[in-house]
Ligand binder design. Structure first.
Ligand code: IYR
Length: 233
C-alpha cells in the first residue's frame, strides 16, 4: 500500500496498482441513455452575463471544486489553484481592475476582426456582474507546485490540465443548477496582486458564478452540429 498524502509524495516511486473501483458495466442501451441525458443537460448550459445577487451556499462551491479537482492532469500533479471570492470589497476591486483592462481592450487593443467576432454576444467593457454575482472563482495555472516540505516541483501540461479542470468545474456548476460566465480579462496579472497569489501562478480564467437575474436574457447563438465538429473513421 502507499502512504502518500500528497501527489508529490509519489514522484520517483515505482507504481502501485489497485483494482479499478467504482466502475459500473452498462448495457449499450444504458450507455446510450446516459450519454443522451448528459449531452442534453450540458446543451442547456448558457453563458450568462446578467446575474442575481442571490447567494450560493459555500458547500455547493466546495463540491463543484471537488469535481474540478478530480480532473486528469499531467503526471497527476494537479497544477490548478482556485481562489473563491465572495467578499464585496474584493469583488469591487476586481471589477475596477478588470474594467480598466477591458476598456483598454475594447477601445484600443482589440483588432477589428476580434470585435466583429464578439459583436453578436453584446459584450462591452462594463462588468457589473463582477460585483452582482455572489461568487467569483479565479482559476490559476501553476507552472510549479511544491512538496509538503516546500521543495519546488515542475508541473506538466499545465494549460491542458487547467482547461480540463475548468471544464469539469463549469459542468459541475451547471449540473448543480447555477450559471457561469467564463470571463477572461486580459491581461489578468492584477488578480495575483489582489488575491495574494505568487506570480509564478498564471491567472487562466475568472469564473463568474451564481443565479441568473430574474429577467436574464442571453444572446441568440448557434452551436455547430455534430457533423461539423467531429468525424468517425
Ligand atoms: N475579455 C473581453 C472580451 C471577450 C473575449 C472573448 I474570446 C469572449 O468570448 C468574450 C469577451 C470581455 O470579457 O469582455
Amino acid at each position: 500500500m502507499t502512504t502518500a498524502s500528497d501527489p508529490t509524495d509519489l514522484i520517483g516511486r515505482a507504481p502501485v496498482f489497485e483494482p479499478l473501483a467504482g466502475h459500473v458495466e452498462r448495457t449499450p442501451d444504458a450507455l446510450c441513455e446516459r450519454a443522451r441525458a448528459f449531452a442534453d443537460e450540458l446543451a442547456r448550459r448558457r453563458t450568462v452575463r446578467e446575474f442575481s445577487d442571490r447567494p450560493v451556499p459555500r458547500e455547493v462551491i466546495e463540491h463543484c471544486l471537488r469535481a474540478a479537482g478530480g480532473a486528469p492532469s499531467g503526471a497527476n500533479l494537479q497544477p490548478w489553484y482556485f481562489v473563491v471570492v465572495t467578499d464585496p470589497t474584493i469583488k469591487r476591486t476586481i471589477r475596477v481592475e478588470a474594467e480598466r483592462e477591458e476598456r483598454e481592450f475594447y477601445e484600443r487593443r482589440a483588432p477589428r476582426e476580434w470585435l466583429e467576432a464578439l459583436a453578436p454576444l453584446g459584450t462591452d467593457a462594463d462588468k457589473p456582474f463582477l460585483e452582482t454575482a455572489p461568487v467569483l472563482i479565479a482559476i490559476f495555472a501553476r507552472k510549479h507546485g511544491e512538496t509538503p516540505s516546500g521543495t519546488r516541483v515542475k508541473n506538466y501540461y499545465v494549460t491542458e490540465s487547467v482547461g480540463i479542470a475548468t471544464g469539469f468545474l463549469i459542468a459541475a456548476l451547471h449540473h448543480a443548477g447555477l450559471v457561469t460566465l467564463t470571463h477572461t480579462p486580459s491581461p489578468m496579472g492584477f488578480l495575483n496582486e489582489i488575491l495574494g497569489v505568487e506570480s509564478d501562478a498564471k491567472p487562466a480564467i475568472l469564473l463568474v458564478v451564481g443565479h441568473p437575474a430574474p429577467d436574464c436574457k442571453v444572446p441568440v447563438i448557434v452551436k455547430k452540429p455534430l457533423e461539423r465538429i467531429a468525424r468517425f473513421l
